[in-house]
Design a protein. Sequence first.
Length: 350
Amino acid sequence: MRPVAVRILHPVPGATAGPLESWVGAARARLAERHRLGFTAAGAIDVRVVSWPLDDTPFGRRLRELVRAERPDGLVVLGSGSIPLATRRDRRDLVDAARGSRRALANDRFSADAIAIADATDALAALPDDLGDNALPRWLAEVRGWSVDDLRRRWRLGVDVDGPLDIVLTADDDELASAEAQVVDTSHVRRRIEAVRAVTLDRNAELLIAGRTSSRTLAWFERNTASRTRALVEERGMRTRTADQRPAASVLGALLERDGPGSLGTHLATLADGALIDSRVLLAHRCGADEGAWPRAEDRFASDLLLPDAVADPWLRDLTRAAAEAPIPVLLGGHTLVGPGARLVARGPG
């Protein structure tokens, strides 16, 4: 039986990180340890958390250098915030896939957060510096000729802890009782989650989902909620964009460009009775798809919790205030919110 190594990549927030960024980092560290134990129980023989100070080293270079140094046979690689709802079966399936030959198995081949790679040293020897984790399955299939499958039918594996709202949606009692959580005000956003949930239970109401949502998520809402669903699907694949593609663009972003970020609540109230908004698509429309040009993480995280007074960037502060004060319940977040996390908003943590 081929040996399998698991590497859980965990960037550590720097000394200047604010309280929200520190909370997210600590939550991801706890999840990394849970993954370490879980993958060991699933049969991997060498499971380690690889930590480093948060920097601008691209994913491709980091993974290629790790593989060159360690020369693993089968490899499972994931971020510390990835697949928080994974079960023992999910981890075992990834480990088993890494024992194969010239194949890979991702949580989602179009936007990977966790991937098992058989014959990993051979597969990744020429990995480009600037290749992101989301694009790795496509590169393995199209450039290296590996057979690539995925588990995207298991919706829970699309959840990713990439910000504080994701923690609120997935947290257990221990996480909410952590020292970091005690200095973060989540009360307003938790009330908004309950208000959006109430919209989904109302047959006369309509919920707007805007951003990088999917037909699978929308089909689930059609089957499992009483409300109607309005969708504005934009910028799927934003993180796998290549240099020769058009710049990121958003219809909702264009409206805000014309009328200002403070108009968000008014626009949304004309469309629906509640809204889940992928604010990263709006930031990409305004600043470009490169996150390096966006407001700092602490600002984005404060926006996710609907705390405008904690946002330093003027544009994002106005957007956040408009969402917090909108006449309908609005949630701002990233891909998880409008993707698999939307189910957690609608049905609750149970």
